[in-house]
Design a protein around this ligand. Structure first.
Ligand SMILES: [Zn+2]
Length: 163
């Protein structure tokens, strides 16, 4: 649950639309909540509540913190791969410059359920399946396959490492 929250929490800035926050403001869409500092803070909160049993800064704690940090920052990284809207303020609040990557294959998602159910929304979903979900599933399958080979000892034997 903490992992899911880390990955979607940056879009909490959408609620700013309802109280008059402009897109380009520090709290605007893809502003501070999409920054690396926000990801850092969210990862600390996530590990505090989701992994109470680990001693802070111990090896397993650091691994889980990195996991949560990568999840929280992946949101902004994926948004910077989109072809619309404002860029991502990765370095907010220190620098409000908005960034996109040079390669932006992802179609920007519409905001609002009604528009999301339109042909544009369908196009966005298909585009995301192609550029995000299919590669993610392939990576997951590859990692799972490699883990199985390790668990069966096949890769250890090939590398000459004793179990
Ligand atoms: Zn976002």
């Amino acid at each position: 649950m903490a992992a899911i929250i880390c990955s979607i929490l940056p879009d909490i800035d959408i609620f700013g639309f309802f109280i008059g926050v402009r897109c380009g403001d520090i709290l605007g869409h893809r502003g501070f909540s999409h920054s690396l500092l926000f990801a850092f803070l969210v990862s600390l909160v996530a590990i505090r509540f989701a992994c109470k049993d680990y001693r802070p800064l111990s090896a397993p704690w650091r691994k889980l913190w990195l996991f949560f940090f990568l999840l929280a920052s992946s949101h902004g990284l994926l948004d910077a791969l989109t072809d619309g809207g404002l860029g991502v303020a990765f370095f907010s609040p220190f620098d409000q410059t908005r960034y996109f990557f040079l390669w932006t294959p992802l179609k920007v998602s519409p905001i609002g359920l009604e528009i999301f159910l339109s042909p544009w929304g369908r196009e966005v979903i298909l585009n995301e399946i192609f550029w995000v979900w299919v590669p993610a599933i392939l990576i997951l399958a590859a990692v799972t396959g490699v883990r199985r080979l390790y668990s069966k000892g096949i890769l250890r034997e090939a590398e000459g490492i004793e179990a």
